[in-house]
Write a protein that binds this ligand. Structure first.
Ligand code: FES
Length: 338
C-alpha cells in the first residue's frame, strides 16, 4: 500500500450545507490503482495553511463510478476544515494520501443498520451507496443532526429513499426538536431487527449512547463497527516511559530501509521517527485515524489506548505508532508491513 502523498487536482466542489463541502478529485491514470478504495474509508489531506503544514483525514462520501470525493465540515477553530470550506476551488491542487481505514462492510448479505450524527454521515453515505449497488435489501439509516439546515446529503438521501422505498429507510432526529439518538431511543429503534450489521459514526457522546442502546438490545459487539472522529478519553493511564536507554532504542523500517531511533522522554514512536526525518505516514496523531499503523516485528510495544485498530489487527501485532512506546529492548517496527 502506498503511504505517500500525491498531488491531486480538485475536479468539483459542492456545498452540501453552509459549513460542509464535498470535494471531488481528478485521479490521473497513473494513480488509479493507488486511489482504489472501499466504501467507508478516508483520505488524509496535507496543506500549508498560513505557513503551517497541517494534515487531516476526511471520510470518502463517494462510491463506485462516482469521482473520488470527500466531504468536510468546518469545525470551530479547525484550520484545515476552514481552509477547505472557505479557500479552495476547482482546479486547485491538494496533497492527498491514498485511501485507508477499516470502517468497511465485509458482507452485504446481512441487513445493515446505520447510525450517523452530523458529519459522521460521510462514510455512512458511501457505505449506503455500496450496499444499494451490491443488492442489499434491508438498509436502515438513523441520522441525527442539530437542525434541519445542518443535514448533510439531505436531498440525496431523500431521492435514494424515493427510488428504493422497499430497501432503504431513513429516519431523522433533530436535537432542535428535542430528538436525540440516545441509548433508550436506540434500543427501541433496533428492537425486533434481529441479526444485522450495525455501523456507528458521529461525535463521541453519540457513539457511546448508541453503543449502550445496542448492547441493551443484546446486539453482539462483533456485529458493531464504530468510526471515531476524535480520540475518546482513555481510562487507561498513558504508557510510562521506561528509563532504560536500551528500551528506547528501536529499529524502524520504512520504504525498505531500516533506521535506528532513540526515543526521547515523552515521545511516541511516530514522534521520534518524525524528529529524525524519516517521514512515516500519519494524520490525527491521537490514535483514531490509523494512518500511522505499523507492525511490531520483535519486542514489546504498548499503545496508550486503541480506538482505531480492530481486535484482529492488534492480535496480528499492529500498533498505532502515534500512541505507542517500546516497553522492552529489541523493538523492531515496520510501516512497510502495515
Ligand atoms: S496518526 Fe492517526 S492514529 Fe496515529
Amino acid at each position: 500500500m502506498s503511504t505517500h502523498f500525491h498531488t491531486l487536482t480538485i475536479k468539483e466542489l459542492k456545498r452540501e450545507t453552509a459549513k460542509t463541502v464535498s470535494i471531488a478529485f481528478d485521479i490521473p491514470e497513473s494513480l488509479t490503482s493507488d486511489f482504489k478504495y472501499d466504501a467507508g474509508q478516508y483520505l488524509t489531506i496535507k496543506a500549508n495553511v498560513n505557513g503551517e503544514e497541517i494534515r487531516r483525514s476526511y471520510s470518502i462520501s463517494s462510491y463506485g463510478d462516482e469521482a473520488l470525493q470527500v466531504s468536510c465540515k468546518m469545525i470551530d477553530g479547525g484550520k484545515m476544515s476552514t481552509h477547505l470550506v472557505n479557500n479552495v476551488g476547482v482546479g486547485d491542487a491538494l496533497e492527498v494520501m491514498p485511501p485507508m481505514g477499516n470502517f468497511t462492510v465485509e458482507s452485504i448479505e446481512k441487513p445493515l443498520v446505520l447510525f450517523a450524527a452530523g458529519s459522521g454521515v460521510t462514510p455512512i453515505f458511501s457505505i449506503l451507496k455500496k450496499a444499494l449497488k451490491e443488492g442489499n435489501n434491508s438498509i436502515k439509516l438513523f441520522y441525527g443532526n442539530r437542525s434541519e439546515e445542518e443535514v448533510i446529503f439531505k436531498n440525496q438521501l431523500e431521492s435514494i429513499r424515493a427510488n428504493h422505498p422497499d430497501r432503504f429507510l431513513v429516519q431523522q432526529f433533530l436535537s432542535s426538536d428535542g430528538e436525540r439518538l440516545d441509548s433508550e431511543r436506540t434500543q427501541n429503534l433496533v428492537n425486533g431487527i434481529g441479526e444485522a450489521q450495525y455501523f456507528i459514526c458521529g461525535p463521541e457522546g453519540m457513539i457511546a449512547a448508541v453503543k449502550e442502546g445496542l448492547e441493551k438490545a443484546n446486539v453482539s459487539s462483533s456485529n458493531i463497527t464504530i468510526e471515531y472522529f476524535a480520540s475518546p478519553k482513555s481510562e487507561k493511564p498513558a504508557v510510562e516511559m521506561v528509563a532504560s536507554g536500551e528500551v528506547n532504542d528501536i529499529i524502524a523500517e520504512l520504504d525498505g530501509e531500516r533506521h535506528k531511533i532513540t526515543l526521547e522522554s515523552g515521545e511516541s514512536i511516530l514522534d521520534a521517527a518524525n524528529r529524525i526525518g524519516i517521514d512515516p505516514p500519519f494524520s490525527c496523531q491521537s490514535g483514531v485515524c490509523t494512518t500511522c499503523k505499523c507492525k511490531v516485528l520483535s519486542g514489546e510495544v504498548e499503545m496508550e489506548n486503541n480506538f482505531g485498530l480492530g481486535e484482529d489487527e492488534a492480535e496480528e501485532g499492529f500498533v498505532l505508532s502515534c500512541i505507542s512506546k517500546p516497553t522492552s529492548a529489541g523493538v523492531v517496527v515496520s510501516w512497510d508491513e502495515a
